[in-house]
Design a protein around this ligand. Structure first.
Ligand code: GUN
Length: 307
């Protein structure tokens, strides 16, 4: 058997389908109680990638039995108008989750907008209260991409305690919350970034590598310990042989010769992000309807990402 045939391809589509099936089943139980979880998605401007992401989120919500409410605003929308919309969504008992698609136009202060979202409706887990709660190990709404990555690792690796995980990238959306989740899963965690002086050597010590830097094929076989498990969060569009294609932060073909398991791009992490958005929307609906729902169910679902 060749080395490559022993490599496990981590199938994010199949894993996401399992998560969505769990969510659908719990959502239909809520329907039985007269509750339909609802997600408000706000898109400002017409960035083509954001439009695709929003369309996929809305589609997935509907498939899962979650009502989606889209707010598309022009690129020149004033920050005050966006803040007023968020206030209305915060106050609306029919809305359980609020997602403001990033990036926002430059004239809008992203931090102010994210802080305006009610932390109980913050299905992105970007509000400082949720970020702080995550770092303290409290049960909070957790950013969807790292939560999805953790689930892929647990599914393919089993017990993570004691493993050395290297996270490449320190963004607020992926790198930092990923490190916090891996720490909670009892890994030894190293975060490396563009200013790390010995990036490759640090990475080569890792049992688990999560690459989230947005640099096409930065990580190749020389960066990886034999048998490492690699989660590639990067989605980079490149031109190759006159064609446009998507590649990750990891050189997939090179890594295949070394790793024991790896996520492909596309079809790895991407579908899990949306699945965890649905899971967070369900958790937010449970949090807001806690008087109607028995406690054991609530505690199970209110922290889907950390369990
Ligand atoms: N833009 C890129 N990723 C994300 C995400 O996870 N959430 C939001 N709201 N915007 C994004």
């Amino acid at each position: 058997m060749s080395t490559q045939s022993r490599v496990k391809l981590i199938d994010g589509k199949a894993a996401a389908a399992r998560v969505l099936a769990e969510v659908s089943s719990e959502v239909s139980q809520l329907h039985g109680l007269g509750i339909q979880p609802a997600l408000a998605v706000v898109l400002v401007g017409s960035d083509p990638a954001s439009q695709v992401y929003v369309r996929n989120k809305v589609m997935r919500a509907e498939e899962t039995g979650i009502r989606s409410i889209e707010h598309r605003l022009p690129a020149d929308t004033a920050e005050t108008a966006l803040l007023e919309l968020i206030e209305r969504l915060n106050a609306d008992p029919e809305v359980n989750g609020i997602l403001v698609q990033l990036p926002l136009p430059l004239h809008i202060d992203e931090h102010r907008v994210l802080q305006a979202i009610d932390p109980l409706k913050d299905v992105d887990g970007f509000h400082a209260e949720n970020v702080g709660g995550l770092s303290q190990g409290r049960e909070v709404l957790t950013p969807c991409t790292p939560a999805g990555c953790l689930r892929l690792l647990q599914d393919s690796y089993g017990e993570l305690a004691g493993k050395h995980a290297v996270v490449i990238g320190r963004s607020n959306i992926v790198g930092k919350p990923m490190a916090a989740l891996l720490l909670q899963a009892h890994c030894s965690v190293t975060v490396v970034h563009s200013r790390s002086s010995n990036l490759r050597e640090l990475c080569r010590q890792a049992d688990i590598v999560v690459a989230a830097v947005g640099r096409p094929r930065l990580v190749d076989a020389n960066w990886l310990k034999p048998g490492a498990v690699v989660i590639d969060v990067g989605i980079n569009r490149i031109e190759q042989d006159g064609r446009s294609r998507l590649v990750g932060d990891v050189d997939f073909d090179s890594a295949l010769g070394v790793v024991s398991a790896i996520t492909p791009v596309p079809g790895g992490v991407g579908p899990m992000t949306i699945a965890y958005l649905m899971k967070n929307t369900l958790a937010a609906a449970r949090l807001q309807h806690r008087t109607l729902i028995s406690q054991p169910q609530l505690s199970e679902a209110s922290c889907p990402s950390i369990s």
